[in-house]
Design a protein around this ligand. Structure first.
Ligand SMILES: [Zn+2]
Length: 501
């Protein structure tokens, strides 16, 4: 009887985020899913884990699913959480299996390890030296020597927004199966270039990734090339492995695989300025939003507070964009959500119709930021109080449950701020509707997001303006002190050179 281990470990670590990453965060409230629970909850998920299980079922093999641990981007994983996540995998490997299929994000940093994924894989490898390991990785993985040394197959997503997660699992599994059947002898060839692609520049429908991914697809038609994956890395992970990288799976043609790798990395290097992002000054962006609102068209102008996007590790409590909108006299504004459990509790206790004064936002210390604003003291009226629970009806994560915790609509005159007790990226209108606000009826909306708000807000918006506030998900590299990155690396070092180019 053949026995496979199928598991999923996912964390994208923002080294600068003070949002703690404890074991309970790796799930939907109570920590990771183990064993049968992991299987039952993710059997049909359109992620690599689900694809691996489909392949296992098609082959009629026995499957064990020791763990599914998935957590939104946040600060470094704490040591106890890391050990608790690795242990079930190592135990399953020690118990004996013919293969491990691992759905791994690949950008995990822990309190102790710069390369959390590499450490995890090295321990599994040591526990079962002969067991082949197959990885399906996120496009934002920071590929490391330890990761590649420990595994036999590695394939990454080739889209962002990620719409090929399941298919990536299938592609990885099929290479692994060819290896296990003895039909092919897959080898990994990989490398990186000293570029730190900013997240806002990693949309695969836009340059430079559009070109690099197209080159990868083209190379896969060459004989002996099984899969070519381009990884942008995750730029907020402060580790020596963070960079643009390329992984080629070849069936015994190393020279050809090396040529493919070198060609794509050289093209990335030639286009490196497109991986950088320069923000307009915040005051200019807010002024632009104001002029758009006065112009033709219907619907709100959306101000995108991208530096505080909690899906890149943001705290979701920055007041810089909200403050600038108030300073410039914008009216008819709704902002959601601002995560400030302390203020939400005070306002909820005051009750609907009450006038209250609170110090809002900027509560969680962010030591990594060179610059930080203070809470704003605001007086307003509590218009609604809610338990913050809703089901997503829009196109992004349709049907999933969101829990913002105690949440209020706080009307400070020109602006109504949705003050919540928990974080979510505002990719659904529910963040406004949960406290009775109709987003389409506003003059302006302020959302803390980068990309995922688009499918929901573009249809109702008359304009979209990216506003560079201050936050730990910023694209302004000058706001951080990188300590662990390889150097030189572009665009942290604008004059960086690369001898391989
Ligand atoms: Zn990603």
């Amino acid at each position: 009887m053949t026995r496979w281990i199928v598991a999923c470990i996912s964390h994208e670590t923002n080294s600068f985020s003070p949002v703690p990453t404890t074991l309970d965060k790796f799930g939907i409230g109570a920590g990771p899913f183990y064993g049968r629970d992991a299987y039952d909850n993710f059997r049909k998920a359109r992620i690599p884990f689900g694809a691996f299980l489909d392949r296992a079922e098609a082959r009629g093999v026995e499957v064990v699913t020791p763990i599914v641990a998935r957590c939104s981007p946040s600060g470094p994983v704490d040591d106890a959480a890391f050990e608790a996540i690795v242990a079930p995998l190592v135990e399953a490997a020690k118990a004996g299996a013919d293969a491990l299929f691992l759905d791994l994000h690949g950008a995990m940093i822990t309190d102790r390890y710069d390369d959390g994924d590499g450490e995890l894989l090295a321990r599994v490898r040591a526990a079962a030296p002969g067991m082949p390991i197959c990885l399906a990785l996120d496009l934002h993985a920071n590929i490391s020597p330890a990761m590649m040394a420990a595994v036999d197959v590695a394939v990454g997503y080739q889209t962002f927004p990620h719409i090929d997660m399941y298919e990536t699992g299938e592609r990885a599994a099929d290479i692994m199966l060819a290896r296990m059947d003895g039909r092919q002898r897959p080898e990994i060839v990989w490398g990186s270039a000293p570029i730190l692609p900013l997240g806002i520049r990693t949309n695969t429908a836009q340059e430079p990734l559009r070109t690099l991914v197209a080159m990868a697809r083209e190379a896969e038609k060459e004989p002996g090339i099984l899969a070519v994956s381009v990884f942008s890395g995750f730029w907020l992970g402060d580790s020596p492995d963070t960079a643009l990288s390329v992984v080629v799976m070849t069936d015994g043609d190393r020279p050809r695989a090396e040529a493919v790798r070198d060609r794509i990395l050289a093209a990335g290097w030639a286009q490196r300025t497109d991986f950088d992002f320069r923000s307009e000054p915040l005051a200019d962006s807010v002024a632009l939003a104001k002029s758009l609102a006065d112009g033709p068209g219907d619907g709100p102008v959306v101000l995108v507070d991208h530096a505080d996007n909690c899906n890149s590790g943001g705290i979701c409590d920055s007041m810089t964009v909200i403050g600038e909108a108030l300073r410039q006299g914008l009216t008819g504004v709704a902002a959601a959500p601002l995560c400030d459990p302390e203020a939400a509790a005070i306002l909820a206790a005051a009750g609907v119709g009450a006038t209250a004064t609170v110090d809002l936002g900027e509560k969680m210390p962010a030591a990594a930021l060179v610059q930080r604003s203070d809470p704003m003291r605001l007086t307003g009226v509590v218009r609604a109080v809610s338990d913050g629970q809703f089901t997503v009806t829009g196109p992004v994560y349709t049907g999933t449950r969101i829990n913002l915790g105690p949440t209020v609509a706080f009307d400070v005159g020109p602006m109504t701020i949705v003050v919540s007790s928990r974080r979510t990226e505002p990719y659904d209108h529910g963040v406004f509707q949960v406290v009775g606000i109709d987003p389409a009826a506003q003059r302006f909306l302020i959302v803390k997001s980068k990309t995922q708000f688009r499918p929901t807000y573009e249809p109702i918006a008359k304009g979209i303006v990216y506003c560079a506030g201050i936050g730990v998900a910023t694209s302004d590299l000058a706001l951080f002190r990188f300590q662990r990155l390889r150097r030189p690396i572009y665009p942290v070092d604008l004059d960086a050179t690369w001898d391989r180019a």
